[in-house]
Design a protein around this ligand. Structure first.
Ligand SMILES: O=C1O[C@H](COP(=O)(O)O)[C@@H](O)[C@H](O)[C@H]1O
Length: 263
């Protein structure tokens, strides 16, 4: 695959996780309005996890929320826990509760990853392939001829305490993938063990990648990933956007950052 441009990380630190969620929701609204003004539509890749859900809850409450034309926003997912539709542990179920049901989205533009009781049954490889095909069908040619995914406006990632992003865990086969855009993940070290994930090449096709980390349990991971140069060991270090890579932290998660990386 041709490697797209990769923007170096920029770090923004908020006083606490509530203010971080509110400020990030406001920035996301601005970015989506700008994308719609420039290109008609906008696309976001959602993340699961505590920080991703806190952002969605803040977005649902944000005063400027209705400045976005939600019927012209495509929503994709960076990863999913491969469980039956509606399972409370699915990232899609949590996103519905936090945000999706609060705004007038076009159902045809909401693209959850397949569930384990969907058309592919429990075949996670087939489910991943189907999601890759859905992304390829929506792909454009901006930036790079490959990989075959849309030029996402903003791709959100929660940072795991082990530096995983999406369902790309350190030293795991999925983080080594260089050709496919979506993979089935087996034996993930965090439950549930079976997942679907975008790969690093797919994440890097985004215009902007925003990594979210709040809380002291993320401090070590944030420092390791921002120092790290090997995505096999610190997957978050390999997640970069073409135009912007933004690390959005609260003070607790930023506590161990080397001063050399902090603005
Ligand atoms: O399992 C997952 O974990 C990560 C991080 O979640 P957090 O609760 O530790 O913030 C999340 O980004 C990913 O989407 C999810 O599937």
């Amino acid at each position: 695959m041709t490697a797209p441009e990769q923007a170096p990380p920029r770090i923004v630190v908020h006083p606490d996780k509530e203010r971080m969620a509110r400020a990030t929701a406001a920035s996301l609204i601005t970015t989506l309005v700008e994308a719609q003004t420039a290109r008609g539509g906008a696309s976001v890749v959602l993340t699961g996890g505590r920080n991703g859900n806190a952002l969605l809850a803040a977005l649902a409450q944000a005063p400027g929320r209705d400045g976005v034309d939600w019927s012209r926003v495509d929503l994709w997912w960076g990863d999913e826990r491969f469980l039956p539709d509606g399972d409370p542990d699915r990232n899609h179920t949590q996103a519905r509760a936090a945000f999706l049901d609060a705004v007038p989205l076009d159902p045809a533009r909401v693209h959850p990853m397949p569930a384990s009781d969907g058309p592919h049954g429990d075949d996670v490889a087939a489910a991943a392939e189907a999601y890759a095909a859905e992304l390829a069908a929506a792909a454009d040619t901006e930036g790079t001829a490959a990989p075959r995914v849309p030029s996402f406006d903003v791709l959100l990632l929660g940072l795991g305490p082990d530096t995983h992003v999406a369902s790309l865990f350190p030293e795991h086969p999925a983080v080594r993938e260089e050709e496919r855009t979506v993979v089935g993940v087996l034996e993930a070290p965090k439950p549930p063990p079976t997942r679907i994930s975008l790969t690093l090449p797919a994440l890097r096709a985004a215009r902007e990648v925003w990594l979210l980390a709040a809380g002291e349990d993320k401090a070590e991971a944030a420092a390791a990933a921002l120092r790290g140069t090997d995505p096999l060991r610190t997957p978050a270090s390999g997640a970069r956007g073409r135009a912007r890579t933004l690390w959005i932290l609260d003070e607790a998660a930023a506590a161990r950052l080397p001063s050399s990386v902090r603005d």
